[in-house]
Each structure stands twice: as structure tokens, then as C-alpha cells.
Write a new protein. Structure first.
Length: 126
């Protein structure tokens, strides 16, 4: 039985950007939680670091998984990046119609959010 993982299009886009466009020195925002789960905010961080982390995640997933499932609706965000697109051509990245399968994955998403989200203000905002 193949080992499958769920991966998001944003990770693939960021990995493709660093592979094809290199470093560019810009910044982005990162979600930061306050101590004891009391709240959250955003902190400016290096976009190059975020892209490098996405590349490491993608490489790790390619090594340890046989199939990577993603929402096919947003796959255009990474389609222009040939190194990422090759993984799709090889049958490793598998596009799924998430909107059409909503009744199958929503209950699992909600169960994961309930178990993983320990920050009350963030949970209330979703």
C-alpha cells in the first residue's frame, strides 16, 4: 500500500519560487502564538527562509511518500515551475477536486482542528 500525504499548493509554489527564481530578499508575515495560548499575531520574517522551509518540506515528502495529494483547483500557483511540475508528471503529485469531495474531508479537517488548535482566540476566528 502506498504511503500518501496531503500537501498544499502554497508549499509547492514557495518551493518552486526558490528553485527557479532564487533568493530575492523580500519579507512576509508569519503567524505567531503568544504564551499559554492566550492569543496570536503576525511577525515579519524573511520570505527566503519561508521558501527554503517549503523546499525542505517538499523534498522530505518526495523522499518519504509515494503520493502527494493536493487541491487541483489551485495547482496553477506552481504549474509554471518545471522542477515541481515534473513531480506531477511522474505521478507523485496527484490533483484532487477538493470542492467536489467536501463531504469526505470536512469532518476530518474539523476533527484535526479540534485536536490541534490549542489557541482559543484563533479557534474562535475560524
Amino acid at each position: 500500500m502506498p504511503h500518501s500525504l496531503l500537501i498544499d499548493n502554497w508549499t509547492l509554489q514557495n518551493a518552486g519560487e526558490i528553485l527557479c527564481d532564487g533568493l530575492n530578499g523580500d519579507t512576509t508575515n508569519e503567524l505567531v502564538f503568544t504564551k499559554m495560548g492566550a492569543g496570536y499575531g503576525y511577525e515579519e520574517v524573511s520570505a527566503d527562509v519561508v521558501r527554503f522551509e517549503a523546499l525542505c518540506q517538499l523534498l522530505n515528502n518526495l523522499v518519504f511518500a509515494d503520493e502527494l495529494y493536493l487541491d487541483g483547483q489551485y495547482s496553477d500557483t506552481w504549474a509554471r515551475f518545471e522542477p515541481v511540475n515534473k513531480a506531477h508528471g511522474a505521478g507523485i503529485l496527484i490533483k484532487k477536486p477538493f470542492k467536489q469531495l467536501v463531504n469526505e474531508w470536512i469532518p476530518a479537517r474539523e476533527a484535526m482542528a479540534d485536536r490541534l488548535c490549542v489557541n482559543a482566540p484563533l479557534l474562535q476566528s475560524s
